[in-house]
Design a protein around this ligand. Sequence first.
Ligand SMILES: [Zn+2]
Length: 411
Amino acid sequence: MVPSPVSPLAFRSVTFASSSPTTSFRGSLANYGRSATILHGELYGILVAALFATSSPSTPPLPIYSDHLNAVSVLNDALQHPPLPHSWSSLPARSLYRWILSVLSSSHPSPPLLHIHAHTTATDPASLANHHADHLASSAHNLSIPPPPVPLPTFTMDRFTPYLPPFQYIDSHLPTFLLSLLASHAFYDSSFVPLRTLAPTLYDLHPPPPHPYTRASSSFSAVVQLYTRSAHLPTNLTMATRFQDRSMLCRFHCQSLEDAHHIFVNCPTFQHLWDEYSGSLISEVEGTLMHSILPPSMLEHILSVATHLFRDDSSWPLQSSRFYLGLLPPLLPTTVTYQTLPGTSHRLLSRIACSCHLHAIRLAARIWGSVLRHHLSSSSKPVARGPSTRESLLRDGHLTLPPHLTYLLHI
Ligand SMILES: [Zn+2]
């Protein structure tokens, strides 16, 4: 049979075969959908061999050979000592095990079930028969007319077995299957943030300086970065998408959607901040590089990175600046690797990465702080003298809530 794919959710095609001295049979597990596994194929092969053996008139019954050692052990143990319910509940493909056991138990005496090594050069009849069955199963994938699909043993399944097309009945590894399904749904959900914003291997791999994250008394920079990375920064686009209570356009009157990238990279309102932080960073990087022994082409590349750190530029992966997420573009040209540089250059590059990172997160914090101050100044209005009642606040427009919470004002 063709090995099952690694992902539990991917399409698979499993065929199996079984041979007796007079008959051969091969079938497909198409009815199992995407829940078909190699184990199902091996067990179905044993099942058909058991039906051959128990229907044969020979006495004593013919032995059954399988190259699946675990299945042979489980079945022989179960014939000696019937498993307890809790053992069944964690056994993959248990419906087929139950079916095989019922077939074997119905014959007196039961045909012996023996293990045979696969893929050997042995020439005894059992090894040759196993090789023949393997060949029948694997060659079935090349047939223009596929082998017949075998039925599902719904009559030996658990009383409650999950069913979900195209996976059909799921009687093996349910927790693993559910986790894979959940991960798949999350990955292909367009609102799944890491899919849209983060591909860390594309960016500079120097670790960020720990100080602003672990020692700063006010971790505003870190909080802005956390909210931005998790798509929770309350930009107009985010808030309008959730509450449908405002325009999605930039609050500073740009004809552009107000998302994080616009605010931190494109909004002309913050031109003076970009100029200030860019100038400071360039002079710091130039000072660090003053006595370096790096080749001129690398110096030029690093200065270009520092110059365009806060702008969409070809030095950034996808030509899109992500400085506000705490990311940096690669500090070295793609033709140079770190391993070819001397140790002193590693320290130099770490210092430059630290300078770039600190300037980036401070600039992001300054920009978002300005946005918040603008929001507060534009939303604050003089409050009427005298005691404020709920009705007066409502009437004068001092108390506003998102639409989904306005019912609270009328309770
Ligand atoms: Zn703007």
